[in-house]
Design a protein around this ligand. Sequence first.
Ligand code: DAH
Length: 339
Amino acid sequence: MKDKLKSLKESALAQIHGAQHLEALNDVRVAFLGKKGELTSVLKSMKDVAPEDRPKIGQLVNEAREEIEKILEEKKVAFEKKLREEKMKLETIDVTLPAKKPMMGHRHPNTIALEEIQRIFIGMGYEVVEGPEVEYDYYNFEALNIPANHPAKDEQDTFYINKNIVLRTQTSSTQVHEMEKGKLPIRMIAPGRVYRSDEVDATHSPTFHQVEGLVIDKNVTFADLKGTLQQFAKEIFGEDTKVKFRPHHFPFTEPSAEMDVSCFKCGGKGCRFCKGEGWIEILGCGMVHPHVLEMSGIDPNEYVGFAFGVGLERIALLKYEIDDMRLLYENDVRFLKQF
Ligand code: DAH
């Protein structure tokens, strides 16, 4: 009996050592310690053992059982550790791999140009204000010296909401709102969207943006207007930019002018960009018409002012050399991310 137990134990230990994986280990457990296992059957055959030998044999069986269990457990722990290590190896992250880049949004060229314009004028002490896009005919036209039958009303094809209310055709309407507030002096720019019933093409859109400027104070002169806008042109298009003022007509300014900048592409020699002219028109401006001041409650004998209006898209197109305005409205990320 003793020898049988000894060989049983040795064979169990040998099989445990030979096991290659967890399942094989479990098979060994079942084969020796299971209900029908070999060690169990030794216990069952105790009835054949002489009663005086039973305690001794029982103790030996228990010892064998304990030893087999102990070795089984050690081997199991070793297997599990190995498995964990293999799994870790498989799941290792290579932190040096380049990450997938998420698609980023981009600032629109209009926004970049506007922020640049705002930076320039804020630097000169201007305030940035906003006015309504849905506007009374009065603010868009009448208070700007464009009465009912004035031809300028036809020039700016207007979207009418009803007889008295329009989608503003120009940010100049904001001038009137600011002057009506009665807080003088005024030094403001007013960026915003404007609407005209134009067909879409490379240079037109039914909705676009303007930046309006207005200065009202005592002793303001046309030289102030010129100096301000010259400084603006240099900052936005480069230090070498020259400006030229051509007489023009706007109903709400007198005198009025359009300002051209020297072509920053050819430096004024004439190229495809400036259509051979050497100059590019960028804004309208003038001294605020006394009648406009008067209508908004400002005494033209005490105060004078100048105003200007810039097309924002025009600045963005020129600055970034974009040749079709429609690109600005399609919002194709491949286009936008170039700026
Ligand atoms: N509102 C004019 C337009 O849309 C632009 C303009 C010209 C604005 C002269 C002004 C100005 O303030 O003084 O064509």
